[in-house]
Design a protein around this ligand. Sequence first.
Ligand SMILES: Cc1ncc(CO)c(N)n1
Length: 227
Amino acid sequence: MSAVLSNALPFDRLVDACASDWRAYIEHPFVRGMGDGALPEASFRHYLKQDYLFLVHFARAWGLAVYKARSMGELRQGLDILKAIVDLEMGLHISWCAEWGVSEDDLAMLQESRATMAYTRYVLDAGASGDLLDLHVALAPCVVGYADVASWLLAQPFLKRDGNPYMRWIDMYADAEFQQAAQAERDWLNARLAGVTPERFAQLSRIFRDATRLEADFWQMGLTLAD
Ligand SMILES: Cc1ncc(CO)c(N)n1
């Protein structure tokens, strides 16, 4: 119903067009388990390891955004995000893994799970076969979604703060810096999506929905320890 509300912001219309998939991703049992602290540590460790591989391909996807750039502004945008992932986020992730008992050697020897492959290669293909907007729409569930996951969790009555081993993870994505990056992505998408035809919007909605479902599968992979 709300999917046809044409006065809504374009990004919100993307979400509305796959509302049940988006909720299944944001409110996934893995996410709830981080919120109430009941998620088994083995599931979180499995997720952390696969997320390292995800980040490698995520960085490649922003490298692809640099390649797909058509202006100085687009070049700069892709480059800045690529640098932030490689110089900051991946280093943080490696030390985070170390705290959870996963060494750099462990990370170097990891086997990629099917859910990781499916998601990351989907995003890379959406970008390779499309333009910069296709790529950003495929990446939006990562960037905007994790910010929404953290905000959603902070608003839940079941959130357990004291003694919750996942609270630092939640705080990291609730942090102003990550929330601002997500808002910058929403703003960029709202500007770019404003001018597209209904046919193009429908095409991009499918990419957004596919990527959202693959994000939910990524949580599920963590939960079930799937390889
Ligand atoms: C799977 C996945 N999606 C999104 C993010 C946020 O960057 C992440 N670290 N991992």
